[in-house]
Ligand binder design. Structure first.
Ligand code: EPU
Length: 351
């Protein structure tokens, strides 16, 4: 166990936050040892939990420069083929594998399912937590089961896909924090349909004269589109999308559309909420569009700002403090609320 450990290299925002206690876990034995550690037990049992399981650090914002608690960094490695049929391959991937390397591995082995999720930063163990998604694909559609260990009892538990309760950027693991994910089993297809209809994939293929795209072409296209829109991890501090897309009642969407006929939208798959009353539909409006129209794209203030190619992304140019991002977040939320009457929520996990 380390004390006053710098997490600067372990959060993609690049803030120099220190953790009072830090423990990397490389094996299941490390996990069992951890559960007996007195500092760990004290932090876990504190009235307000002072325990944090940190994965790739690509979706986290520390609210201050000192985390007065215990940071656990699960880093088990390995990829195993468990089962193969004529149509599918079942693969176990351990939590510490880098997500984009795992996607590259599946694409290189001609396995379909994860190609639209190429180049997403982070590690495999975090992918189920917020049901990562991009370009019309969500990871939930390939997850067979999730292997966890209970940080209170040390017992292992396997969650079936259904038990994970996946929805847009959400799962059971966002609220039940005691389960450390140590491996994820995926079922991938040997032959599959490529998803070209989201974002710019189809346009990019046409522009590059690719008429009969392969699995590899799609992964390469997604990488190229991401590289155009998103800051490079490790060069400019960010967490990808800082905000979730807004989900609004259909009336609100129509009101905005009346003023801005070009407003982009997606139908929402989740069932309507009772609180929405007489509206029987919800509409997803890209928060990046709302923030952009509110005039924030490319805005910079001291060490932080709004990415000039995608307004959903807040950036840290280095040397700043988490509070600067929190202040900017508040200003953007207030301005979108004033202009459109829409509340936008952070996607990033603020601790
Ligand atoms: N838009 C603007 N201005 C902007 C940004 C976006 O007008 O500054 C418009 C775009 O023109 C487009 C729409 O908003 O019509 C949607 O933009 P985009 O296709 O770039 O996707 P997004 O909805 O902003 C989501 C995910 C991304 C994912 C992309 C591609 C969320 C919160 N974000 O962004 O995920 O890569 O779709 O599928 O759902 C992430 O989670 O970190 C992430 C990057």
């Amino acid at each position: 166990m380390d004390k006053d450990f710098s997490l600067r290299e372990l959060n993609t925002f690049g803030f120099d936050v220190k953790a009072r206690y830090f423990q990397e876990l490389k094996t299941m034995d490390d996990v069992r040892e951890l559960i007996k550690n007195p500092e760990f037990i004290a932090c876990r049992n504190a009235t307000v939990s002072r325990l944090l399981v940190l994965s790739g650090g690509s979706n986290i914002l520390f609210s201050s420069e000192f985390f007065d608690g215990f940071v656990v960094y699960p880093n088990l490695k390995g990829i195993e083929v468990l089962e193969e049929t004529a149509e599918t391959v079942k693969i176990r991937c351990y939590c510490g594998e880098v997500w984009k390397d795992f996607v590259d591995y599946t694409v290189a082995h001609n396995l379909y399912g994860l190609e639209n999720l190429a180049d997403i930063p982070g590690k495999v163990g975090a992918a189920p937590v917020q049901n990562i998604g991009a370009y019309g694909t969500e990871v939930k559609d390939t997850i067979h089961q999730v292997h966890t260990i209970d940080l209170t009892t040390g017992e292992t538990k396997v969650f079936s896909n259904e038990e994970c309760r996946f929805s847009y950027r959400n799962s059971i693991f966002k609220t039940t924090k005691n389960h450390l994910i140590f491996a994820v089993d995926f079922i991938l297809k040997k032959h599959g349909d490529l998803k070209l209809d989201y974002g710019n994939i189809r346009n990019y293929l046409i522009a590059n004269n690719i008429t009969n795209p392969t699995l590899q072409d799609i992964a390469a296209t997604v990488k190229a589109i991401r590289a155009e829109k998103l800051p490079e991890v490790g060069v400019v501090g960010s967490v990808g999308s800082f905000f979730q897309n807004a989900i609004v009642p259909v009336d609100k969407y129509q009101e905005i559309k009346g003023l801005y006929p070009e407003v982009p939208y997606y139908q929402v798959e989740i069932p309507p909420l009772p609180s929405v009353g007489r509206n029987d539909k919800l509409i997803k409006i890209p928060s990046g569009w709302l923030i952009d129209r509110a005039g924030w794209k490319g805005y910079r203030e001291n060490h932080v700002g709004v990415w000039d190619k995608q307004a959903l992304v807040l950036v840290h140019y280095g040397g700043g403090q988490p509070q600067e991002i929190l202040d900017l977040m508040k200003k953007i939320q207030d301005s979108v609320k004033t202009k459109f009457g829409v509340d936008i929520k952070p996607e990033v996990n603020i601790v």
